[in-house]
Design a protein around this ligand. Structure first.
Ligand code: G3I
Length: 372
């Protein structure tokens, strides 16, 4: 069943908003009366999916059902981070991701890996590694983890969040553990190791704070592009940029030409462009109007812009549905808690953002770049 036309779409949303505010809206669960987002996306050459918790796919029928129906690309939210996949020097934990990869295969879905080199989610033992062993430890980790899933991860976030201009280091690089151990060449080492382990995987650089039209984001976008140009000049195998896309209410109108220029520059460098961790921090909602409508509006403004470039070939939200209790998400400032940041309501209930994202996918330009 196709989506209602625009007038009926808006009417349905307004009705939904009106009723939702009365708490009476028992929206059909996603996938029952709603064109699955994976189908709308695929019709434009775009992958749509979620960051998922593999243990919840095993344990929660409703979660499993929504993931299977709505997504054709999955990423484990935490299970491939060092602290979880490599908790001790001589111990790897692959069970949860093995299960996820098998689930995805059984449901016609692809998977992507997150993340091989990051300054967070590091196990305690890594802190004992000195400069003399750092390259060997990093290379062995990447070869082991990427090698295990060779041919089964369409892409990897090899390095995550390496740019932090406020750290005052050359090129705006973050003063992180790997930077202190190996200097800027840790990036070259990481991508080379990943490429050796799986030459077919699209190797991605993933970061946040690239979205808004603000001086800070413009500075960060410039540093990321300079870093990527340097890697490409050195023939380092980086083939995609991940826009984490942790958005905030109230900044929607500040997303504009700077982001479009950035996406075009990445495309012109031959990079695939992914939206990797999309969510909307609604903690700044002021109680006036409707929270769900404001979240939906932010999704609409952002997706209309990025999908309008015809260069974004994957959109993943950082979670499947709204949390049962308010929780901190990617963009929430210290102490703030998001209430309804995602595209689906609890248990996969439809909400205005669900329809808006479907509408944006339906209107998206067909993707022209490689590396979906
Ligand atoms: O699994 C342990 C559990 O055994 C333990 O009892 C519990 C309390 O200590 O911690 C659990 O691990 C937590 C893990 O999430 C799984 O829930 C970690 O403490 C917690 O730090 C971790 O937070 C994750 C965070 O990255 C750091 O890895 C968030 O769930 C995850 O959403 C967040 O995601 C990041 C992306 O990877 C990168 N971009 C930003 C984004 C948001 O911060």
């Amino acid at each position: 069943m196709t989506l209602p036309n625009r007038r009926r779409f808006l009417k349905a949303s307004l009705q939904g908003l009106a009723v939702a505010s009365l708490g009476q809206w028992s929206a059909p669960r996603a996938g029952e009366t709603f064109t699955p987002l994976r189908d709308l996306a695929a019709s434009k050459g775009i992958a749509f999916g979620f960051a998922v918790d593999p243990s919840r796919i095993r344990a929660d029928v409703a979660y499993r059902d929504v993931v299977a129906k709505q997504a054709n690309l999955l990423v484990p939210e935490n299970a491939l981070k060092w602290a979880e996949v490599h908790p001790d020097p001589d111990r790897y934990v692959f069970g949860p991701v093995d299960d996820l990869v098998a689930f995805a295969r059984d449901h016609g879905q692809r998977t992507r890996g997150h993340t091989l080199c990051w300054h967070r989610a590091m196990p305690d033992w890594l802190g004992q590694v000195g400069r003399d062993r750092a390259e060997a430890v990093l290379t062995a980790h990447i070869r082991t983890v990427v090698g295990r899933y060779r041919g089964r991860m369409m892409s990897w976030d090899v390095v995550n969040e390496a740019i932090e201009p406020n750290d005052g280091q050359g090129g705006g690089l973050r003063d992180s553990f790997w930077y202190r151990m190996l200097g800027p060449r840790y990036l070259d080492i990481a991508y080379a190791a990943a490429h050796d382990a799986d030459p077919q995987a699209v190797l991605c650089y993933n970061d946040y704070g690239l979205e808004a039209d603000s001086p800070w984001s413009e500075r960060k976008r410039g540093a990321v592009l300079d870093m990527l140009r340097g890697l490409r000049r050195r023939n380092v195998p980086v083939q995609a940029i991940g826009l984490q896309s942790h958005l905030r209410l109230g900044e929607a109108q500040r997303i504009g030409p700077g982001l479009t220029r950035f996406i075009h520059a990445a495309r012109d460098m031959g990079l695939a462009v992914y939206v990797t961790e999309l969510d909307v921090d609604d903690s700044a909602f002021d109680g006036r109007g409707d929270r769900d409508g404001a979240v939906a509006d932010t999704y609409k403004r952002y997706l209309d812009l990025v999908l309008g470039t015809g260069a974004v070939s994957a959109v993943l939200t950082w979670g499947v549905w709204d949390p049962d209790t308010p929780h901190r998400i990617g963009a929430t400032p210290q102490g703030a808690f998001a209430q309804r940041p995602l595209v689906f309501g609890r248990e996969g209930a439809l909400k205005p953002a669900s329809w808006v994202v479907a509408h944006c996918l339906e209107r998206a330009l067909r993707v022209r770049t490689f590396g979906t």
